[in-house]
Design a protein around this ligand. Structure first.
Ligand SMILES: [Zn+2]
Length: 473
């Protein structure tokens, strides 16, 4: 049952009375402050441009004229309604429909937005579809992608663009980057923190009202998305974690908003849905990207991780050298999945993709993130905060042990997590130390909760084998 009915447009006199009444009694709308961002607005544009070129290459963009023109016209209406303080004249908004089945949508910094066909088919009306677009638009306008990167990395725009596509299609094109994405940086632009989600919900509701949509359609869209989720849950909700009390918070905000020039539903959206129903069913993202060769790794793992058997770590170790940064020895039956900023070592059957994300269930990720603080504890807290952005059920450290990593002072702590991708309860041993000028080196050992004690000795042996290249850090 829907609690919210769309009101029919009242007469002019009734509207005037309603406005007077509302001015007297409604609270002020929430003020939104965009998060700190050390990238420039033109960085957003460049990053979005590069990633969009990859999206166009890798994902099936729908070309049907009727569908694309209706979506673009909803999008333009929303862009015109962005409050002046959040406008960036450099941004170029675009709205593409991806011909895949999953109920999902995503936006890239600087303007490109993508709505899956599955999302358009799940929406119950134009307002619900517009609400997802208004939410995504808000992430762009508030520059959440680069703000999130600001918190954690000092990477070049080109490196970040590669990570974006890795996160979008999981273990295929992104290769090893995506393999580590459950814990790495590649999801930075697609999976936001709860605070950013709260902001996108709020600004999205403001944009909707200014564009003539009922912001309460956003609250009802979340219920629609929840219901539409197949096995593994709706992808959009895992990329946009619930900031808590989501529907109620939007409904409260809606009470402070006046819907301007209420949009008449002229039936264009119903026509769009009818058109989609006439087409052949949309493939899954995985089916749609099947032809794409994996970059960096010899073959693409297809198995959903954690379901097959996983061999215990070999007692024989193999040495790896990572660039000019470090050397490490790992069990010889762990495969190396190399990324740009991190490398994952995992046994067969313990890595793959789920919900379009690269994940691993047993093994280690070793990598480097940028940090602004010279304090290893603060840097580690921030890093764990970053992990929590893409792992909403990750616990926070209750204590740190001081350990030695390659002769440097470091920290170690054990976290618990429930993997969004597999539903698995897992333990993560985090080891960190500061390196060079503004780097935090980390090693994450991941195992299912009931196997963790068996893996812990392996994790520690791997960490104790780490040697930094003296010339670099
Ligand atoms: Zn979001």
């Amino acid at each position: 049952m829907s609690r919210f009915q769309r009101r029919r447009g009242p007469g002019v006199a009734a509207t005037a009375v309603a406005i007077l009444f509302l001015i007297g009694f409604m609270g002020a709308q929430t003020v939104i402050t965009p998060p700190a961002n050390r990238y420039s607005v033109s960085d957003d544009v460049e990053l979005g441009r590069q990633a969009a070129a990859q999206v166009a290459q890798q994902l099936p963009i729908l070309t049907d004229r009727e569908v694309t023109s209706t979506v673009a016209s909803i999008g333009r209406q929303l862009v015109d309604a962005v409050p002046p303080e959040f406008r960036h004249s450099e941004f170029r908004y675009s709205f593409d429909v991806i011909n895949v089945r999953e109920v999902n949508a995503f936006a890239l910094p600087g303007g490109p937005m993508y709505i899956n066909r599955g999302m358009l088919q799940a929406a119950r009306n134009e307002g619900e579809a517009a609400s997802v677009m208004a939410h995504e638009l808000s992430h762009i306008a508030l520059r959440h992608g680069t703000a999130q990167a600001t918190k954690a990395t000092k990477y070049e725009i080109g490196e970040l663009a590669g990570a974006v596509i890795g996160a979008i299609i999981g273990g295929r094109v992104g290769g090893a980057v995506a393999q580590g994405s459950q814990f790495g940086l590649s999801t930075a632009f697609l999976r936001f923190s709860r605070e950013y989600e709260r902001q996108a919900d709020l600004l999205g509701s403001h944009i909707m009202a200014r564009a003539g949509y009922d912001p309460r359609d956003m609250a009802s869209m979340f219920r629609t998305i929840e219901k539409a989720g197949g096995p593994g849950g709706p992808v959009w909700l895992s990329d946009h974690p619930n900031p808590g009390d989501r529907a109620a918070a939007i409904t409260r905000e809606a009470e402070t908003l006046h819907v301007q020039n209420r949009t008449d539903d002229r039936g264009a959206f119903a026509d769009l849905q009818a058109q989609l129903r006439r087409m052949a069913p949309a493939p899954t993202t995985k089916e749609a990207t099947r032809e794409v060769p994996a970059g960096g790794s010899p073959s693409s793992p297809d198995a959903r991780p954690g379901l097959g058997g996983v061999d215990a770590p070999s007692s024989e170790y193999t040495a790896y050298t990572e660039g000019n940064l470090f050397r490490v020895s790992v069990p010889s039956n762990w495969r190396e999945l190399r990324g740009r900023n991190a490398v994952v070592f995992a046994p067969e059957g313990a890595y793959g993709e789920a919900n379009g994300q690269g994940v691993f269930t047993h093994g280690m990720e070793i990598g480097l993130v940028g940090t602004e603080t010279p304090n290893v504890r603060t840097a580690t807290d921030e890093f764990i905060g970053l992990l929590a952005g893409s792992n909403p059920r990750l616990s926070r450290p209750s204590r740190y042990d001081v350990v030695s990593i390659a002769g440097r002072q470091g920290l170690r702590t054990i976290l618990s997590n429930v993997s969004d991708a597999t539903g698995q309860q897992e333990r993560i041993e985090v080891s960190t130390t500061l390196v060079g000028d503004g780097g935090l080196f980390y090693a994450l050992g991941v195992a299912p909760r009931d196997r963790f004690s068996a893996y812990q000795a392996t994790f520690r042996r791997v960490v104790s084998s780490i040697q930094f290249n003296d010339r670099d850090p």
